[in-house]
Design a protein around this ligand. Structure first.
Ligand code: AMP
Length: 404
């Protein structure tokens, strides 16, 4: 079966051929005709099955046809969007938008990724002329909708991508509020690795008469990130980290720390215990940072201690583990950090060292994940100041960074 037999036109099929896709994957075979027919869709499919292209390709086809049918006169008005793709994380938003840009290179369609944790001014600016396909995380989207930076009256399609993860991460209220603002007449597509009871309830409330398809799990390509934490007294943190590196024979780790000063101190503490590490922080010049990153990617540096900001843009496909030497102040940042491992189908681990004064951050992170992170204990490091078990429905009262 070919992509053109599914109803996609040359402008799109030529791109997938160039990309080396010889045939549609099972989810693409089933989903593309349904999406093109304008029906609602609920699909159980995981990352790695080709699910992104299964909704992006027909969506682009529809938008292109819409343009043609109006002889290109149907111009998008300012601050308007035609399709909205909601994703749980900034990483996924960026990734989906990159796919859209790739698949639409022969089309005159615009797309954009929008997410929180960064200045919103450039995003507002980019919305001024309207965007055909907007990929967004729920919080930032709602924020900008409240500020009237965008309007939904020309929207024709809503895609909920990785719906189960969005619900796990506590986005249900935001999603409901967004849906309330959308035109009633629209096409709805929901993709989820699993159709849990919560996903089913969301689908029932928001999606009528959907075609349902389910694709067998593809374990080989599913990113697998094992998360665990060790509680530790603050004064023992560097000794515990050295112990883990040595005992568990870590070949590589990206170690996140809060401050530049802390990074330098940890590198020297590791050095005293015979472990070679390098630090990456905002105090180093751009050239030095780039060299360190290149050396880390090439495996010349094995232990890299980095502040969150300095590690932005660090993209390594087969990073085995990330370590939160300090927990980030924001739960989103935790999710972003752990997403740097377990890429491209490889397995990865995310380890956090948690002392009692991190309890507040831990509660926020575990509430965001919707589950408790499993704890490991090491006999050589008994804990004097116990870290209590989190309260999972914890909501931070004060959103500014907690005191250290
Ligand atoms: P996804 O499940 O959407 O995350 O896609 C996983 C990977 O499969 C991406 O890197 C796509 O570029 C690739 N891909 C998608 N469709 C096909 C196809 N029909 N043939 C080969 N690779 C594909």
């Amino acid at each position: 079966m070919s992509f053109s037999s599914l109803g996609l036109s040359e402008a799109i099929t030529s791109v997938v051929t160039e990309l080396g896709y010889s045939a549609p994957t099972p989810i693409q075979k089933q989903a593309i005709p349904v999406v093109l027919s304008g029906k609602n869709l609920i699909a159980a499919a995981q990352t790695g099955t080709g699910k992104t292209a299964s909704f992006v390709l027909p969506l682009l086809e529809q938008l292109e046809q819409l343009k043609d049918s109006h002889n290109n006169k149907h111009k998008l008005r300012g601050k308007r969007i035609r399709a909205l793709i909601l994703t749980p994380t900034r990483e996924l938003a960026v990734q989906v938008e990159a796919s859209i840009a790739k698949y639409s290179k022969n089309l005159k369609l615009t797309s954009m990724a929008m997410y929180g944790g960064v200045d919103s001014a450039p995003q507002k600016q980019a919305l001024i002329w309207g965007v055909d396909v907007l990929v967004a995380t729920p919080g930032r989207l709602l924020d900008l909708a409240h500020q009237r930076a965008l309007h939904f009256d020309e929207l024709t399609t809503l895609v909920l991508d990785e719906a189960d993860r969005m619900l796990d991460m506590g986005f249900i209220d935001d999603i409901n509020k967004i849906i309330e603002r959308l035109p009633k007449q629209r096409q709805n597509l929901l993709f989820s690795a699993t159709i849990s009871p919560d996903v089913r309830a969301l689908a029932k409330r928001t999606i009528d008469n959907a075609v349902e398809i389910s694709i067998a799990h593809n374990h080989a390509s599913k990113p697998k990130i094992e998360q665990w934490l060790v509680t530790v007294d603050k004064s023992n943190k560097s000794a515990l980290l050295s112990h883990l590196i040595t005992e568990q024979q870590w070949q590589q780790a990206l170690i996140f720390i809060e401050t530049k000063h802390g990074a330098a101190k940890l590198v020297s503490q590791l050095d005293k215990r015979g472990i070679n590490a390098e630090s990456l922080h905002g105090g180093r010049t751009q050239a030095v940072r780039e060299q360190i990153l290149a050396d880390f990617k090439a495996g010349k540096i094995t232990m890299l201690v980095a502040t969150g900001i300095a590690a932005r843009g660090l993209d390594i496909d087969d990073l085995a583990r990330v370590v939160n030497y300090d927990l980030p102040a924001q739960a989103d940042e935790y999710i972003h950090r752990i997403g740097r491992t377990g890429r491209a189908g490889a397995s990865g681990e995310a380890i956090s060292l948690v002392s009692k004064d991190n309890f507040r951050e831990l509660c926020a992170i575990e509430s965001r994940l919707g589950h408790i992170i499993s704890r490991k204990e090491f006999d050589a490091f008994p804990v004097k100041k116990t870290v209590p078990v989190s309260i999972l429905n914890y909501l931070p009262k004060n959103k500014s960074a907690p005191k250290k």
